[in-house]
Design a protein around this ligand. Structure first.
Ligand SMILES: [Zn+2]
Length: 230
């Protein structure tokens, strides 16, 4: 049984089941943004909640955004796209231009699909993002922050009104994402963390684990953690 975590006024968090990334749904007017899609293995569980709570009623346009190309964040892309289109919703995929390359190629090496015993069926990415771009959902504007380190095309998304920051696998509660996988780079991660420290964040919404409610303290803990490795 999944209990969605509602973060008023616009955001719902689904804690990832098992290896799944967390999945976020941001809604404004008749548009919706989905941040990451998990492995796809538990798609039906999330879908049941979305239907029960009617999160998608009257929605006509959806963006499925991937914070990076790891399989646990994109494995549900096709399932969500097909489900949303079945509801008559127009669906667009969005990710950083570097992440887009992996997804359009179906690059199982960088996607890590083999780790899950799977091949990733490639797809076109409609919206290729770079640092400083904005994603518009209804009246909301979310800023794209390019934060390489965990992967070269990792992004965070910042919603300035509610001061929400979707951090993907760059920042977690009290720790950071690993950098020992394809395109990972520890030096880049340190720079990305430095940059994110400056943001005014009310709630940090990571790709795994629980939400981050004290941003400044969390980033101090991470700073001390990193200092032990440099
Ligand atoms: Zn990852």
């Amino acid at each position: 049984m999944i209990i969605p975590i509602e973060i008023p006024p616009n955001t719902v968090m689904f804690k990832g089941i098992s290896l799944d990334s967390n999945i976020y749904l941001v809604r404004d007017e008749n548009e919706v943004l989905l941040v990451d899609t998990g492995t796809g293995s538990f798609f039906n569980s999330y879908k049941a909640v979305v239907e029960r709570e009617m999160y998608l009623s009257e929605v006509s346009r959806a963006i499925i955004l991937n914070t990076h190309e790891h399989f646990d964040h994109i494995g549900g892309n096709w399932l969500w796209k097909e489900y949303l289109e079945g509801l008559g919703i127009k669906v667009f995929f969005a990710s950083h231009e570097k992440t887009s390359k992996s997804l359009e190629k179906g690059d199982d090496h960088t996607i890590l699909s083999y780790y899950y015993g799977r091949h990733y069926k490639p797809h076109k990415v409609d919206i290729k993002l770079k640092d400083g771009d904005y994603l518009r959902i209804g009246s909301l504007e979310l800023e794209v922050i390019h934060t390489p380190g965990h992967t070269s095309g990792s992004i965070c998304l910042y919603e300035p009104n509610e001061m929400l920051l979707f951090t993907g696998d760059t920042v977690f509660y009290h720790t950071v994402g690993r950098t020992d996988m394809p395109t990972g780079n520890f030096e880049d991660l340190i720079k990305s963390i430095e940059r994110l420290r400056e943001f005014q964040v009310y709630i940090g919404l990571p790709g795994h684990g629980k939400m981050i409610q004290n941003w400044k303290e969390n980033m101090e803990i991470i700073k001390r953690l990193i200092e032990r490795y440099i």
